[in-house]
Design a protein around this ligand. Structure first.
Ligand code: NDP
Length: 248
């Protein structure tokens, strides 16, 4: 039996792509899922699919740019499952464009979702994990959290921030002896709806070309599952997962 059996797992951005694939993977191994995102129809459909295959899932419509909504999400998970074993901090957007295009609203959105959303979710789950001296926080950074390229400046900035937050959190919890594990996941090109968040036509064409080699979201889901399945004294801190033929 997988160690994932009966673990209570919150997944943000569960309505598509990597979040959805991770939900299905963990549900198949017996996790109790709390699915979160803004699109309720997608969450409901995923919940139905998981339940039809014999898995356990509940959902709560959540906008990760709201600190209050993330506190409510954590409270809901605790009420329904009595604990939060794992947070998959996955919600993200990638509206890429050159800085001179001054897409201020898109910068704000990336900072609010990709950085503040990640912090708010950590804030919401940390108290109960620390109290139980057990937990696992998995943050979705990116290869863009390791590299920087023209047009991706703000997105790369947010994903570098996620990596810094993961490492800072890891050190803080390790020194406090809370047994909380932290995993930073950095995917390369993955098939999902993420590309659609880039509206700039110049960059979109290049990204479409770059993503021709993209791998399926299941690949990332399996890596996340692998990190969770390790014994509690083993923390997989960093995972970089690219298509085999991706160069940068
Ligand atoms: P998708 O666009 O398929 O999924 C993004 C998810 O984030 C959706 O479920 C969306 O749900 C959710 N989301 C966006 N904004 C908010 C918000 N304000 N509140 C709550 N949820 C929100 O993309 P991916 O699955 O590819 O992306 C998942 C993560 O992986 C992201 O952090 C991304 O940066 C990262 N990543 C992806 C890569 C790729 O190539 N695909 C590569 C590297 C990293 P909804 O709209 O319903 O709210």
């Amino acid at each position: 039996m997988s160690t994932i059996q009966n673990q209570a797992v919150i997944i943000t951005g569960a309505s598509s792509g990597i979040g959805e694939a991770t939900a299905k993977e963990l549900a198949s191994k017996g996790a109790k899922l709390v699915l979160a995102a803004r699109r309720e129809d997608r969450l409901k459909k995923l919940q139905d699919e998981i339940q039809t295959s014999g898995g356990q899932a509940i959902y709560k419509v959540t906008d990760v740019t709201s600190h209050e909504q993330l506190e409510e999400l954590a409270a809901y998970a605790l009420k329904e499952f009595g604990k939060i074993d794992v947070l998959v901090n996955n919600a993200g957007v990638m509206p890429q464009a050159f800085l001179f295009k001054k897409k201020i609203e898109e910068w704000d959105q990336m900072i609010d979702v990709n950085i503040k959303g990640v912090l708010y979710a950590i804030a919401a789950v940390l108290p109960s994990m620390r109290e139980r001296k057990s937990g696992h926080i998995i943050n979705l950074s990116s290869v863009a959290g390791h590299n920087i390229y023209p047009g991706g400046t703000v997105y790369c900035g947010t994903k570098h921030a996620v990596r810094a937050i993961s490492e800072g959190l890891r050190q803080e919890e390790a020194m406090s002896g809370t047994n909380i594990r932290v995993t930073n996941v950095s995917p390369g090109a993955v098939n999902s709806e993420l590309l659609e968040t880039t509206t700039d036509p110049e960059l979109k064409a290049g990204l479409d070309e770059f993503y021709k080699v993209a791998i399926d979201a299941d690949s990332i889901a399996r890596a996340i599952s692998f990190a969770i399945e390790q014994p509690s004294d083993v923390a997989i801190n960093e995972l970089i997962i690219r298509p085999t033929v991706q160069v940068g």
